[in-house]
Design a protein around this ligand. Sequence first.
Ligand SMILES: [Zn+2]
Length: 138
Amino acid sequence: MYQLCRHIKTNGQRCQSPALLGSAYCYFHSRVHTLTKAKSSAWDDIKLPLLEDSASIQVAISQIMSAFLSSRLDARHTGLLLYALQIASQNIDRASSCDDSEIVHSMTVNGEGDELAPEKEICEPEEEDEKLTTAEPA
Ligand SMILES: [Zn+2]
């Protein structure tokens, strides 16, 4: 058995990767959460979501346009960010973002302000195979 990653995507789905031992997150999301905490720049007030699905790209576009309209971003940087979003939208696997069976229905917020999906344990595939072979009638 292993714990499932507790990261919640912008579209409300939970990450389906195994969490690292002793961590709430998988390898990828552990790195992402560490990197986002370390940054400090003049644009820290513009909080862009992790670009991992079409919903997060829509949110990012809205935030960039809002920052541009309120003069927190100049036209050059706005253009660069929108170009980056265009690249991100081409890299997203659209088929995987259509499945709504893994939508998170509750969450907790830890001391660092991270929103976490409920804990969920997954059985290893070998264990499931053993259960299937013993449960099948001859
Ligand atoms: Zn994850």
